[in-house]
Design a protein around this ligand. Structure first.
Ligand code: FES
Length: 193
């Protein structure tokens, strides 16, 4: 016959071991995740960054407000730490879409994050992570070529069509002595999910 005291002790010991094992697994997982989280933080656009042309003949040149025409297709950009020349281009999630609209077109949700009608968004679709490359000039909408999700820049990147369910994250901007600068990091998580 089983000794009830021994059973309780045995159950308690196993339970404690399980708790320790689980705790260890959580710690191991956290330790594995930590370098990734630090890397994302280190490269992501941050307050004070300039924005530079992503590709083409002007790649690496700082983008100025007058490079952006009202209603024209967005410019793909990377953030750059001013004064260092270091372009944050190690992580595709750091790609930025810059576009300019008439100030009176901007809704109240996005106006505080715009600078002289210029808006910045993550270039990564929130559905499955494709690059948002298309611009519907007639409707002033950003469009993802993979599954057709459409995002309205006048409404802070809200989804107006397609399978994406999350807005395209906004990157707040400021104009500093005529220079375009990032005012704060992305206001939401970049990428799919
Ligand atoms: S990845 Fe953009 S709509 Fe699917």
């Amino acid at each position: 016959m089983t000794d009830p005291k021994r059973t309780m002790l045995s159950d308690g010991t196993i339970s404690a071991r399980r708790r320790l094992l689980r705790f260890g697994l959580v710690l191991t997982g956290a330790a594995l995740m930590a370098p990734i989280a630090r890397a994302q933080t280190a490269t992501a656009p941050a307050a004070g960054d300039a924005l530079v042309f992503h590709e083409g003949a002007q790649a690496g040149r700082e983008i100025r407000p007058d490079d952006l025409a009202i209603g024209a297709a967005p410019i793909l950009a990377w953030p750059m730490r001013p004064g260092t020349g270091i372009i944050r281009r190690d992580d595709p999630d750091d790609q930025v879409l810059l576009l300019r609209l008439a100030v009176d077109q901007l809704g109240p949700a996005v106006l505080p994050w715009a600078a002289a009608g210029i808006l910045a968004f993550s270039a990564i679709c929130t559905h499955e992570g494709c690059n948002v490359t298309d611009w519907d000039v007639t409707r002033a909408l950003l469009r993802c070529p993979c599954h057709g999700s459409e995002f309205d820049p006048r409404a802070a990147g809200d989804v107006v069509f397609g399978p994406a369910v999350r807005s395209l994250p906004v990157l707040p901007l400021a104009c500093d002595d005529g220079a375009l600068r990032v005012a704060a990091g992305f206001i939401d998580t970049v990428g799919a999910g």
